[in-house]
Write a protein that binds this ligand. Structure first.
Ligand code: UD1
Ligand code: UDP
Length: 365
């Protein structure tokens, strides 16, 4: 009987690492499953080399596909894996298809589920992640939340109080653990960046899945690159479309492959600004105090705006927003959301460990 962690996509790995490490320190028996949702070395393997993550015990190798086929492939493989030896608890992370697939399997075979990063809501039903979050939360026995507003979201959806635990942000545990390794200088040199520069990441379907939206974005990014060079570690999703639309045709747009965690965070740390549609990057820039312009109409991480350096922007206002940041420079001080202190992993581990103890205790008569 073990705790089984389900990971599969890039954002899962830095969230899972501190939870696995903290549970290991408490002597909890655990296994790590990789669904194979992300499989390129730079989307997966490099995180296992760089973070303190054990090798996966199992890789389900599901790969890419439509939402239904990818989710179904994870479900079929996990159901098979769990048959005969059901875990005592399954821990899922974030809001990717692997997360919701595991949640559905657990609900159907009666395995309790813990959701790390529960209760985030963008209130945008067109985001596949919003569906994944709501379904996963509805099926979770333990909901670990990163910020206080998530408690209200879960309560309004009928999740009982005693299932909800405000624990802080494990993504930030990983950032703080490796902070000393983030050295902007050598990373900038490796990419030929000499003065101030921005880092950009783009992969949301709403931004890169249609020609019309992607074209608008390319034009906006070119105007931004007139202000300063932009390094773009480009996600595989949308890569072909963006490049066909001439994204890399500006001399100061530097498109590179996805970067390893340490190199990426080093470049973010030294950047004048970050332009992104990523979830995790909004949080990381908040803690590093790097101005972040988020190319989305909404965010499920409002604490990065109220307590951080994040602003939501449209493509047409992006160049003006970047120009303002260039004028103002980086903030000398900034707030950070409560409990984003590097201790989320130990808090989660303590709660899981006492949950396991309570469960194995003989029922009183
Ligand atoms: C997924 C998550 C998204 C998260 C993102 C993080 C879902 C619904 N979406 O989006 O929430 O922000 O990961 O990076 O789970 N591909 C490769 N190599 C890989 C992986 C993917 O080339 O290693 C390409 C394939 O063409 C694939 C496409 O990227 O079809 C999209 O991959 P997928 O995992 O379906 O969704 P993401 O866009 O990566
Ligand atoms: N990241 C990285 N290299 C990159 C881009 C991102 O190491 O080139 C890391 C970074 O820590 C980020 C995490 O991967 O927070 C997840 O990123 P992604 O934007 O893919 O996922 P999201 O948070 O949007 O779901």
């Amino acid at each position: 009987m073990t705790v089984v962690h389900i990971t599969g996509a890039r954002p899962n790995f830095p969230k899972a690492a501190p939870v696995l490490a903290a549970l290991a320190r408490l002597g909890v028996e655990q296994r790590l499953v990789h669904t194979g949702q992300h499989y390129d070395d730079r989307m997966s393997e490099i995180f296992f080399q760089e973070l303190d993550l054990p090798r996966p015990d199992v890789n389900l190798g599901v790969g890419s596909g439509s939402h239904a086929s990818q989710t179904a492939a994870v479900m079929v493989a996990l159901e098979k894996l769990f048959t005969g030896e059901p875990p005592e608890l399954v821990v899922v992370y974030g809001d990717v298809n692997s997360t919701v697939a595991a949640a559905l399997v657990c609900a159907k075979i009666g395995v309790p589920l813990a959701h790390v990063e529960a209760g985030l809501r963008s209130f945008d039903p067109t985001m596949p992640e919003e569906v994944n979050r709501k379904v996963t939360d509805a099926l979770s026995e333990l909901a670990f939340v990163t910020s206080p507003e998530a408690i209200g979201h879960l309560a309004r959806e009928g999740v009982p109080d005693d299932r909800i635990h405000l624990v802080g942000n494990p993504m930030i545990d990983t950032l703080l653990t490796h902070l000393d390794r983030f050295e902007p200088g050598p990373a900038q040199e490796a990419h030929g960046l000499t003065g101030r520069y921005a880092v950009a990441t783009l992969h949301r379907p709403g931004n890169v899945d249609s020609d019309a939206q992607a074209r608008t974005l390319v034009q906006a990014m070119h105007k931004c690159a007139d202000l300063m060079p932009i390094l773009v570690p480009l996600h595989p999703r949308g890569r072909t479309r963006l490049l066909e639309l001439g994204f890399a045709d500006h001399p100061d747009i530097r498109v590179v492959d996805p970067l390893g965690y340490v190199e990426f965070m080093s470049l973010v740390r030294g950047a004048e600004a970050v332009l992104t549609d990523s979830g995790g990057v909004q949080e990381e820039t908040t803690v590093l105090g790097v101005p972040c312009l988020t190319l989305r109409p909404s965010t499920e991480r409002p604490a990065t705006i109220t307590h951080g350096t994040n602003r939501l922007v449209r493509a047409d206002t992006l160049p003006a927003e970047l120009a303002q940041i260039a004028d103002r420079g980086r903030p000398s001080s900034w707030p950070v959301p409560p409990l984003w202190d590097g201790q989320a992993g130990p808090r989660i581990a303590a709660i899981v460990s006492s949950w396991l103890t309570d469960r194995s205790a003989p029922a009183s008569v």
